[in-house]
Design a protein around this ligand. Sequence first.
Ligand code: FUB
Length: 364
Amino acid sequence: MKKHFVKTFTTATVISFLGLSCSPKTEEKVVVAPEPSKYLNAPLVTEIFTADPSAHVFDGKIYIYPSHDVESEVVEDDMGAHFNMMDYHVFSMDKPGGQITDHGKALDVADVPWAKRQMWAPDAAEKDGKYYLYFPAKDKDDIFRIGVAVADNPAGPFKAEPEAIKGSYSMDPTVFKDEDGSYYLYFGGIWGGQLQQYRDNKYKPVGKGPTDGIPAKNEPSLMPKMAKLSSDMLQMAEAPKDVNILDSLGNPILAGDSVRRFFEAAWMHKYNGKYYFSYSTGDTHNIAYAIGDNPYGPFTYQGVVLNPVQGWTNHHSIVEFEGKWYIFYHDTELTNKTHLRNIKMTELVHNEDGTIQTIEPLRK
Ligand code: FUB
């Protein structure tokens, strides 16, 4: 903090200056100038810890579906055991910059028959006046599955289906609604997200470490998965397929290309008829994006949407509201602890050529 000493001129000083008094008097006061924040944006929520914000516009309002971070006894490890979340809250705001409302607990792990722990990044979708919350959690065998819970209201409370989505695995689900009314589920994450323990949609673990099952550096990286949703929004209508992320020559991004390869945090948005698949590069901490011509891809890598934030994880969503685009993201401004995060938002700009202007979340 910078301290400035300023002279405060009192009435007595002025009278003295004008030669009207024989008792001149000045007071010295310390004025504390506010330190410019090193963060581009302030936390949206400070009462509880929030992360992985999935934002949507429902009924003309912005609804945010984040993870609810909590302090936990669990020791930090490379499998993310310290992200030991137990429930979800839903938030809303009338417009960007408006007041934010916490609608309270929308779903608790205790009310999900198949789930045991670690309610990680969720997403939501609306269809025919019903709202669907898609969420990952570990089952009784400590395997991540993706569940769905249903509500009549975007803020919940949500009622979980008795079983996880059939054939689902790994984590970080997101649901994209296309303009023709089709809904697509995208999911997956490596290391703690367990994607490396699957091949051809089958569980084939080769070890318990975060990199056991990760392809060699010169092999194609593990790609996120996607499937069209059934018309009742509760199941996948087809077997999950790879979301292929390619370089500019049309080759798959390699496993050793840690600056560009998919790690977790899938999101899809559509802009000017193109499909933008964005994701976190995990241990290199970028939110990257790739563009395709349809929801199935392939997607060609373009660059970085959001540079690394404070904290290990980087996770986002991108949404349009009244003609402007916004990115919701998180960092650890409130705690400086990786597992106790706070959600934020800022404007996102598409250039004329369709590329996205890279956002720097920290001021230099
Ligand atoms: O919040 C737990 C996990 O951290 C999420 O599922 C990942 O995307 C990362 O943000």
